[in-house]
Ligand binder design. Structure first.
Ligand code: NAI
Length: 441
């Protein structure tokens, strides 16, 4: 079996952690058991570009249990858990191409090797795999990373076109990936249907909000061991992730400042009780900054100049482009690593800025990502959507679709049942009342 990981001897540690995560993934576990009986994914080849974590390992087991051949590569150079990669290779016989801390060249070589497995279904987290596949199929060589390009240029045109033709469909896990894929759809270049798992309510209401909220605080604290209470904590972006992060920072005693560009979200933040101000003002008061916007240069070069001595800066959005790290380099007179995941930049005049985890999603760079019980819902959606693609993929157009509402609700229902929470049912009278427009007071 082809694979490229750091150290196969870490498999035992990985297994223990994957089993621990599995205890929080009761819905996915039930899906895996059904998949093992019914084999709905038989004949499917899934190349998945996801964070290689304990939760992803449980998803991969469920997909394989359903009959799919699965290959995994990382969706971020810093998010791989090497022991989990070892476990998947050694004990589940799932090819993994991912090493924590890999450089950009290796990151794309790993994407290439996942593509070489010949997927009929793609799973992406940020759309790097799907966009690479499209650059190959469309011959957009200038956009393609050299590590993929050198291989793809050797393929015949027919072989390149065949790569996308055989794909029944793909799934996308995160907001940033969905934005990229919608842009591909509107530019009329999308070559196969995509189901936006991120947009399922049973995903982003919980994963983006509670998962990112908790794990981002965890990442910042593990990296710095600083006290959150009494600090001024700046959250850039008040979407699903930002709401969760602001809530958790406040819960730990920080004064939370929110920056936004959307008037509705900004108003929501004001009414939720946070201070809202432009980033150019927030940079003068903040002690800890975290971007979660999916946007570029949210903290730009001149913003770093305004920060207080000792300011801590992190990102939990999908790409590290949210921080203008090149701009920061330009205005820094020196730079050194002062702790694991903490880099000190000294500006002219001596002020120090601390960047965490190279600006990459801090919850995965210095912590372990989302807790498994929240990924249970996200990855149950992924598994059920893979099953849906097996039966309905051929009926779909080259568009970005929402997760079918029956799947979305089924995941929420199964999660409630797993948590032992019961809810009411509509009576016949209530159903008829809610369905009628004639009945008033
Ligand atoms: P969202 O679309 O719900 O929220 C993003 C917010 O940022 C919007 O309200 C938008 O108006 C705001 N924004 C955009 N540009 C801004 C700017 N220049 N300054 C201030 N605010 C700005 O998106 P969501 O779901 O909250 O995701 C945010 C990012 O986090 C995405 O990149 C997503 O892929 C990523 N993500 C990361 C996770 C992690 O594990 N760290 C988990 C889930 C999502």
């Amino acid at each position: 079996m082809d694979y490229h990981i750091k150290d196969i001897n870490k498999a035992g540690e990985g297994r223990l952690r994957v089993e621990w995560a599995s205890q929080g993934m009761t819905v996915l576990d039930a899906i895996r058991e059904r998949f093992e009986r019914d084999r709905p994914l038989q004949g499917m080849r899934i190349s998945a570009c996801l964070h290689i974590t304990t939760e992803t390992a449980n998803l991969a087991r469920a997909l394989k249990g359903g009959g799919a051949e699965v290959a995994l590569c990382a969706s971020n150079p810093l998010s791989t858990q090497d022991d989990v990669a070892a476990y998947l290779v050694a004990e589940e016989e799932i090819p993994v191409f991912a090493i924590k801390g890999e450089d950009s060249q290796t990151y794309y070589e790993h994407i290439r090797r996942a593509l070489e497995c010949g997927p009929t279904v793609t799973m992406d987290d940020g759309a790097d795999l799907v966009s690479s596949l499209h650059f190959i199929a469309l011959g957009k060589w200038g956009e393609l990373n050299p590590a993929v390009r050198s291989w793809a240029e050797g393929l015949s045109r027919v072989a390149r076109e065949e790569m996308v033709r055989r794909i029944v469909g793909g799934t996308e896990e995160t907001t940033t990936g969905v934005i990229r894929l919608r842009s591909m759809e509107s530019s009329e270049v999308l070559q196969f249907p995509i189901i936006a798992v991120n947009d399922a309510d049973s995903k982003h209401f919980f994963d983006n909000r509670y998962g990112t909220g908790q794990s981002t605080m965890d990442g910042i604290i593990r990296a710095t061991n600083r006290l959150i209470a009494g600090s001024i904590f700046v959250v850039c972006g008040y979407g699903w992730c930002g709401k969760g992060l602001a809530m958790r920072a406040r819960g730990m005693g920080a004064q939370v400042v929110v920056t936004e560009v959307d008037p509705l979200k900004a108003l929501e933040a004001v009414m939720d009780g946070y201070q809202v101000m432009p980033i150019s003002e927030a940079t003068r008061v903040g002690d800890i900054f975290c971007t979660v916007s999916g946007d570029v240069k949210v903290i730009a070069r001149d913003h770093f100049r305004q920060m207080k001595d000792g300011a801590i800066v992190a990102n939990s959005g999908h790409f590290n482009v949210e921080l203008d790290l090149e701009g920061l380099e330009e205005i820094s007179v020196s730079k050194k690593k002062v702790r694991e995941h903490v880099e000190e930049h000294v500006l002219e005049g001596g002020r120090r800025i601390y960047v965490l985890g190279e600006g990459r999603l801090i919850n995965l760079a210095s912590a372990e990502g989302h807790p498994s019980s929240v990924m249970d819902m996200s990855f149950s959606n992924q598994a059920l959507v893979a099953e849906y693609l097996a039966s309905h993929g051929h009926t779909l157009e080259k568009r970005v679709y929402r997760v079918p509402v029956e799947i979305d609700r089924a995941v929420a229902k199964m999660k409630l049942e797993a948590m032992g929470v019961r809810i009411d049912q509509l009576t016949e009278e209530q159903q008829s009342y809610l369905a009628s427009w004639e009945k008033g007071t």
